[in-house]
Design a protein around this ligand. Structure first.
Ligand code: SAM
Length: 355
């Protein structure tokens, strides 16, 4: 066989791509430092300001602030007026870096230090294939997931998720029994319990700290309760009319078993509403999707790993709609609808128990 010719242009193009990846990683590092010390929130209302003014406002060391600003300017985050030596965080950029709306992307940057911490465990798992247990990500993971998903639920739970299945909002108004599996800190339950006082809600999660936060958040809500429970063992004497799972199925140790348990816990005709990451099950169809490399990285560093650690199949974050639809049908759900990209990152599956 002839050795393949070395394509110099291809090598140059790849080096440039590597440089962009390295720049992105460096900017991400600086974004996280800036977020932690409150620089974005401080700069957003300031307009053009010198490094001394920004340091004074934040009470931070000017030398550090100036070096950080240089990284932010070169990364296209902050604008620099060389003549005046002033820095400005444009309003259009501040939207993605500050505030409590889901447009603030810094909680996604916050994920990196947590995942950096488990690099040795993940590297070890590459050798053994045994995964990395949930406990390796605690105590930070539950709170971080909460910070990441809370703004999305505040903005979209009623308008984009619960509004999709026909008639569901009206049934919630009139009073039904609801369970949320993998409820984390219980924010969705709290939102629903407040809005639908005639319905009753129970949240299940493995995480004791998540359930403790959920109980604290639900004080005074008589229609919400929380249980530390492995949902692979979900059982109920009074079946539910609705079961929800927000971003909680693909990293299960036994996703097929959990789906069967959920179906069995529903009333005949009951609804299972599953929000999960938008992806195709086919890598080729994800390559050009936004954030696809982020998805596979999150999967390797967390979602796939926690499932494998518990002896599961390690479906991965990008298990995709083909696999999800098949597994829902295999679990016995009669009628499964897919609403793709109900938000920028997720799809919604609405599955009925059938008779
Ligand atoms: C990615 S987090 C999502 C949490 C929350 N639903 C949200 O959207 O913010 C997945 C949650 O599922 C929980 N979980 C994973 N496997 C579980 C199981 N077998 N039983 C109960 N909870 C589980 C985890 O503890 C975690 O809180």
């Amino acid at each position: 066989m002839m050795p393949e010719e070395f394509d110099r242009a291809k090598a140059r193009a790849f080096t440039q791509l590597m440089v962009r990846h390295l720049e992105g990683a460096a900017v991400a590092l600086m974004l996280e430092v800036g977020r932690r010390v409150g620089l974005f929130e401080a700069m957003a209302p300031m307009g053009a300001a010198t490094s001394e003014e920004i340091a004074e406002k934040t009470g931070l060391s000017e030398r550090y602030v100036r070096e950080w600003l240089a990284a932010m300017v070169c990364g296209g985050v902050v604008e620099y007026a060389a003549a005046e030596r002033t820095y400005r965080l444009p309003r259009e950029h501040a939207t993605a870096l500050t505030g409590s709306s889901m447009r603030n992307l810094t909680s996604m940057v916050e994920m990196f230090p947590l995942l950096n911490r488990v690099i040795p465990d993940v590297a070890d798992a590459f050798r053994t294939g045994r995964g990395v247990p949930y406990s390796a990500y605690q105590p930070d993971f539950t709170g971080l997931m909460d910070r990441r998903s809370r703004p999305r639920y505040d903005e979209l739970l009623f308008t984009a998720y619960l509004a999709k299945p026909e008639g569901l909002m009206a049934r919630l108004e009139s009073g039904i029994r609801v369970a949320d599996v993998g409820c984390g800190t219980g924010h969705c339950i709290v939102l629903m319990a407040r809005r639908f006082p005639k319905s009753s809600f129970v949240g299940y999660d493995l995480s004791e700290s998540g359930i403790a936060s959920a109980r604290a958040a639900a004080v005074g809500l008589g229609n919400a309760s929380f249980v530390v429970r492995d949902v692979a063992e979900l059982e109920t004497s009074t079946p539910f009319d609705l079961v929800t799972a927000f971003d909680a199925i693909h990293d299960q140790a036994d996703p097929a078993g959990v789906l069967r348990r959920i179906r069995a816990a529903l009333e005949p005709g009951g609804t299972f509403l599953m929000l999960d990451v938008w992806a195709s099950s086919e890598l080729a169809e994800n390559i050009s999707a936004p954030m696809a490399s982020y998805l596979y990285a999150m999967s390797t560093m967390h979602c796939m790993s926690v499932s494998l650690a518990a002896g599961g199949p390690g479906l991965g974050t990008a298990w995709g709609h083909q696999t999800a639809m098949r597994m829902l049908r295999e679990a016995g759900f009669a009628d499964v609808q897919l609403f793709e990209r109900v938000d920028p990152a997720n799809s919604l599956y609405v599955a009925r128990r059938g008779a």
